[in-house]
Ligand binder design. Structure first.
Ligand code: NOJ
Length: 555
């Protein structure tokens, strides 16, 4: 059966600032990416997701765009980008780029104009509102920014407030204005014509706001989402982009699905509805943290499985995005593999568990060598989100203590250290300096070293990617969780046309006796993959070692 191309491949996310620096200024760039395409091809990936490379003041590291038609000088030139596309085509690697259109930078020309006066032609590109109170000096409602604090900022010049669901340097666009929708359609078409194959649409679930601006229901941190998550004419506006742009190309469009409800995702990703190809969902990224900040001492695997089961049972028309890491999340080995003695086994187990699920798997740069969190000290917090959390928590002693104790396991900085290519001073990322940090464990964990080691995480990833690419059973197979209430093991099957994979993973550092006698009809199976030296015919009901993963194949 012929399927859409993105269902056959594994994607690799590049965070350009930290990937590879070709000009020795400490900042990764497009030419650096080009120099690593052989590496990516060799790894076997079929697509890259490139985080923003547009012109930006970088207040939120490129997620604050000041010109959608320019490449940031930090990353090179438009010619470099065109060359990247050309080289990717030669290698048959697809590319999707970030489309950040819930908001722009406050330095975007549209906003500069919009601020000038209430009758400026660009005024209505953004969401302006009179404040409350006698002088209008109180925000129009109680909505809060995802980065904490009020979602409104007062502009003394025109005496109105503008809405921003992130920082005050990221004003939200007004999608109810047809001109804004047309601009966005033009931006999409421009990049398609350049040769990109699709977009990862940043916080796209938030684009439409309830413009009666009622107060949100009170919640501890985030207030107002019932008024802007996939709200009102959301489906209509997405269908417009699909019709006027996305459907004209053989594209792959994924939505960052913050706050999205199951039913809405079902509708938005149903092929027949002509909206998105897939959603990035968050359930599995929030179960090991309490209120988004304090890590649980012990992973609650049952909860993790509940979140996987929810999305794996989507109807066949829908398609998933699978990920354990990205530029906003801590490193998965540090997050789940608490006993560092099993770093390598753990990294392999996590990827195996991810890759056999239904959906397009994503690898975040460095995940393929098991890069870890950075040992963050107070002076290392430079990301705007950490700074906002600090500002809020530093008001009380308990807040400061919580920040010191827990922020390091949560902070986005963990994902933004330099890619570890080798053990040289700047990890082979740059020859002279780095814009942020190099993890001191680069001597142990790096690409060079793992390329030479047959049992490395990198080579394990490579074989797994080869197995996943174009694999019918993983693409279409029925999913079944065999032990949903087991506290330590995640065991599932994928079955298609008399072929079955049985994927068994131990998420803890203790041995566990696996007993599938009541839920699986076979006793002996053929192990095709394991992170220990286990292969060939084996009894299925066996002991799994710490963080062991075993994949059996039946036909
Ligand atoms: C989600 C992006 O992944 C994150 O990095 C960014 O800060 C916010 N959206 C705002 O654009």
């Amino acid at each position: 059966m012929k399927t859409r191309w993105y269902k056959d491949v594994v994607f690799y996310q590049i965070y350009p600032r930290s990937f590879c620096d070709s000009k020795s200024d400490g900042i990764g760039d497009i030419k650096g990416i080009i120099s690593k395409l052989d590496y990516l091809k060799e790894l076997g990936i079929g697509g890259i997701w490139l985080s923003p490379i547009y012109k930006s003041p970088n207040f939120d590291m490129g997620y604050d765009i000041s010109d959608y038609y320019k490449v940031s000088k930090d990353y090179g030139t438009m010619e470099d980008f065109d060359l990247l596309i050309k080289e990717l085509k030669k290698k048959d690697i697809k590319i999707i780029i970030d489309l950040v259109v819930n908001h722009t930078s406050d330095e975007h020309n549209w906003f500069i104009e919009s601020k000038k006066s209430i009758d400026n032609p660009y005024r209505n590109y953004y969401i302006w509102k009179k404040g409350k109170g006698k002088d209008g000096l109180k925000p129009p409602n109680n909505w809060t920014s995802r980065f904490l604090g009020p979602a409104w900022t007062y502009d003394g010049n025109t005496k109105e407030w503008y809405l921003h669901l992130f920082t005050d340097k990221q004003p939200d666009l007004n999608w109810d204005n047809i001109k804004v929708r047309e601009e966005i359609k033009d931006i999409c078409n421009y990049w398609f014509e350049k040769g990109v194959n699709g977009f990862r649409c940043d916080v796209i679930t938030y684009i439409v706001k309830n413009q009666t601006f009622e107060n949100g229901k009170y919640k501890p941190l985030i207030v107002g989402d019932e008024h802007f998550v996939m709200y009102g004419k959301w489906h209509e506006y997405i269908k417009y982009l699909h019709k006027e742009s996305w459907s004209k190309y053989d594209s792959y469009i994924i939505a960052e699905g913050m706050g999205a409800k199951y039913k809405d995702v079902l509708d938005a990703t149903n092929e027949l509805n002509k909206e998105f190809d897939s959603f990035i969902t968050f359930d599995h990224m929030s179960i090991d943290f309490i209120k988004g900040l304090i890590p649980r001492k012990k992973l609650n695997l049952i909860k993790l499985k509940i979140s996987y089961n929810k999305w794996q049972q989507l109807p066949k028309e829908n398609w998933q995005t699978l990920y354990n890491e990205n530029h906003d999340q801590p490193r998965s080995v540090s997050r789940y593999i608490k006993n560092t003695e099993y770093h390598d086994e753990g990294a392999k187990m996590l990827f195996t568990t991810e890759v056999f699920l239904k959906g397009t798997p994503y690898i975040f740069q460095g995940q393929e060598i098991g890069m870890t969190n950075y040992p963050l000290k107070m002076e290392d917090y430079n990301d705007i989100f950490s700074q906002m959390v600090f500002k809020k928590s530093s008001k009380t002693l308990i807040g400061r203590t919580l920040f010191k104790k827990y922020m390091s396991s949560y902070a986005r900085e963990n994902a933004r250290t330099s890619m570890q290519w080798n053990d040289s001073a700047f990890a082979g990322f740059s020859s002279s300096k780095v814009w942020y940090r190099v993890n001191p464990n680069k001597d142990r964990i790096n690409v060079d070293k793992q390329q030479k080691n047959l049992s490395s995480i990198l080579l394990y990833y490579k074989s797994l990617i080869a197995l996943r690419t174009n694999n019918e059973v993983i693409k279409f197979g029925e999913y079944k969780d065999l032990l949903p209430t087991h506290k330590m093991l995640y065991v599932y099957t994928r079955s298609y046309k008399n072929k079955t994979y049985l994927v068994c993973s131990n998420f803890f550092d203790k041995e566990v006796k696996m007993d599938l006698s009541k839920v699986f009809d076979k006793k002996i199976g053929f192990v095709i993959l394991s992170n220990y030296e286990v292969a060939g015919e084996r009894n299925i009901n066996d002991i799994l070692k710490p963080y062991e993963t075993r994949v059996f194949y039946f036909k």
